[in-house]
Design a protein around this ligand. Structure first.
Ligand SMILES: [Zn+2]
Length: 248
C-alpha cells in the first residue's frame, strides 16, 4: 500500500486532511478517520478513482464530521500528523535537542522545543511560509501586469482565501499554503487582477487569464467540492464565485 497524495477537503465547512491510499488488496473503497494521521484516510482499490473516494466521503459527511469533531482539531498539528503544504503531505516530526523553531525539509516539518508549543510552532511556520510564498507570487504577478499592491497581508479567515481592498491591500488566508499550488496561483492571480478592476467584468477576466493559467482547474476543484470550504461557505463568497465560474 502506498500513499498517493494528501488533499484538503471541506467536511461540513471545516477543512480536513484526506490521505488517499492505493491498495492492491482492497476490494472496495473504504473510509476511516485516523487520529494518528490527523485526518481522513480513503483507501482506493487499484482501479477506483479519487473522485469515487470523495463521493464516498460526501455520503458519510455527518459520520466523518462527528469523528473529526471528537479529535482536538480537524487538522491537528501533532507529532506524526500529515499536513499538506501546497497540497503535498508533510509529516510533523519533533526534533528533541536542536534549536531553530520549525522548518520544512524533505517531506517533513521539523519542530524543536517542548511538546506543548509544537502546535503553535507548526502554525507559525506555516504562516511564515504562506507569507513568503504568497507575497512573492503576488509581487511577481503584479509586476507582470504593471501593478503595485499597497501591501500583502495574511489573515486567519475561514470563509475567504483572498481579498483585494479598494486601497490596494491584498489579503490572503494563511491556510492557502495548504492548498494545491494551482489553487494558490489562481487565487493570487484573481486578487491581483482586482488591483486594476474591482469587478468581475470582461476586462477583469481578460487580465486574470494573463496572470494565471489555472482558472478552469481551480473552478473545477470548487465545483467538485474539493474546495467547497474556500468557495462556497458564506453567502457573499458563494455569490462572488458563482459569478466567477459563470463568466466567460
Ligand atoms: Zn473576485
Amino acid at each position: 500500500m502506498n500513499e498517493l497524495v494528501t488533499e484538503l477537503v471541506p467536511v461540513r465547512g471545516e477543512l480536513a486532511s484526506v490521505a488517499f491510499k492505493r491498495s492492491a488488496r482492497a476490494r472496495k473503497i473504504s473510509l476511516r478517520v485516523d487520529a494518528a494521521q490527523g485526518g481522513i484516510v480513503i483507501t482506493l482499490p487499484m482501479r477506483a478513482s479519487r473522485k469515487a473516494g470523495l463521493s464516498l466521503l460526501q455520503t458519510h459527511e455527518d459520520w466523518v464530521a462527528e469523528r473529526l469533531a471528537s479529535m482536538p482539531q480537524a487538522l491537528p498539528f501533532v507529532a506524526g500528523a500529515v499536513v499538506p503544504i501546497s497540497g503535498v503531505g508533510h509529516v510533523i516530526t519533533p526534533v528533541s535537542d536542536a534549536r531553530g523553531g520549525a522548518w520544512v525539509a524533505e517531506g517533513r516539518i521539523y519542530v524543536t522545543g517542548s511538546p506543548e508549543f509544537l502546535s503553535r510552532r507548526v502554525a507559525d511556520c506555516l504562516k511564515r511560509l504562506a507569507k513568503q510564498k504568497l507575497t512573492a507570487m503576488a509581487a511577481q504577478k503584479a509586476r507582470q501586469a504593471g501593478l503595485n499592491p499597497k501591501s500583502v497581508r495574511m489573515k486567519d479567515t475561514r470563509t475567504r482565501w483572498g481579498s483585494c481592498a479598494p486601497d490596494g491591500t491584498l489579503a490572503f488566508c494563511w491556510r492557502l499554503i495548504l492548498a494545491p499550488e494551482f489553487v494558490q496561483d489562481y487565487v493570487v492571480g484573481h486578487e491581483v487582477a482586482h488591483l486594476r478592476h474591482m469587478n468581475h467584468g470582461k476586462h477583469f477576466w481578460a487580465l486574470t487569464e494573463t496572470l494565471t493559467a489555472h482558472r478552469a482547474a481551480a473552478s473545477a476543484a470548487a465545483e467538485h467540492d474539493v474546495l467547497g470550504h474556500v468557495f462556497r461557505r458564506d453567502q457573499k463568497t458563494r455569490r462572488q464565485h458563482d459569478e466567477c465560474a459563470a463568466a466567460d
